[in-house]
Design a binder for this molecule. Structure first.
Ligand SMILES: O=C(O)CCC(=O)C(=O)O
Ligand SMILES: [Fe+2]
Length: 267
């Protein structure tokens, strides 16, 4: 776990909407993230990651984009400790410039060998709150390279994004039907060694290439919601009963659904 962020890193994140921090975790920490991800995914899916083909509809395009497992901290104690680490929450909050930060959801994203690319998309429009300050972390559990599907960004798009989106399950260029003005922004890749964290704003356009290798590209991610965010009417990952109990505009502060991991007034 590294020392505090530099002003230059914060400035880069706010201007571009993403930042790659290499070597964020040391070898032991990376081993623990790998162990917990492998275990939690295997428990959830009933099969080890290596043997996973794909889940519900293996022949669809999206099933071959990645194996996606949400909210593993709910079911795996080791993962819960990792995801709830207030030091990570503090870094996310500092980059985003917010006073407090809550977990929206974690997810493992494992792009299989020869996996499809991840289409250009924004994250926040999927979620149950609208915020220009939501932030996600993407932990490289394997070296993420141009060959195996590292992330790509359209720098600065978080500043002009609306809450309109294109489906991640569809064409690579679908997002440009919604935002034709972004078509000529040169994409920037974020390759990084295993143990790095890539942080991105929930409204920045991002994608990943195909996996042109014979090995999985494993990532463990978590999306965070600024403390004080309010319900926008979308269900997304909210359990039915909680969803039904909410009115648009309610503050999302349930300690189980959206736990606070760090706040500047609490240590
Ligand atoms: O891992 C990928 O291919 C995409 C990741 C992504 O879209 C995200 O972390 O928000
Ligand atoms: Fe995303």
């Amino acid at each position: 776990m590294p020392s505090p962020l530099t002003d230059e890193q914060i400035r880069f994140y706010r201007n571009n909407g993403f930042i790659v921090i290499e070597g964020f975790f040391d070898t032991d920490e990376l081993d623990e993230w790998r162990r917990c991800t492998e275990e939690a995914v295997a428990e959830r899916l009933g099969a080890p990651v290596k043997t996973l083909t794909n889940q519900n509809a293996p022949d669809t395009f999206y099933a071959q984009v990645f194996t996606q497992c949400l909210r593993l901290a709910d079911t795996h104690e080791g993962m819960r400790k990792l995801i709830f680490d207030p030091r990570i929450g503090k870094i996310g909050a500092t980059l985003a410039g917010i006073d407090g930060i809550r977990i929206w959801h974690d997810q493992a994203l494992i792009k299989p060998p020869h996996g499809n690319p991840t289409s250009w998309h924004l994250d926040d429009p999927y979620w149950s709150f609208d915020s220009r300050d939501a932030i996600s972390m993407w932990i490289a559990l394997d070296d993420a390279t141009l060959a195996n599907g590292c992330l790509w960004y359209l720098p600065g798009t978080h500043k002009t994004a609306r809450y309109d989106n294109a489906s991640i399950a569809e064409n690579m260029a679908g997002l440009f039907k919604v935002y034709p003005e972004w078509k000529h922004i040169e994409p920037v890749p974020g390759p990084c060694p295993a143990g790095s964290i890539v942080w991105h704003n929930g409204l920045v356009a991002h994608a990943a290439g195909p996996n042109m290798t014979t090995r999985s590209r494993r990532a463990m991610t978590c999306s965070f919601m600024p403390d004080g965010s309010t319900f926008n009417g979308k269900r997304n990952i909210l359990p039915e009963a909680y969803y039904q109990s909410l009115a648009i505009g309610d503050v999302l502060d349930d300690p189980i659904q959206t736990p606070l991991v760090w706040h500047k007034n609490r240590t």
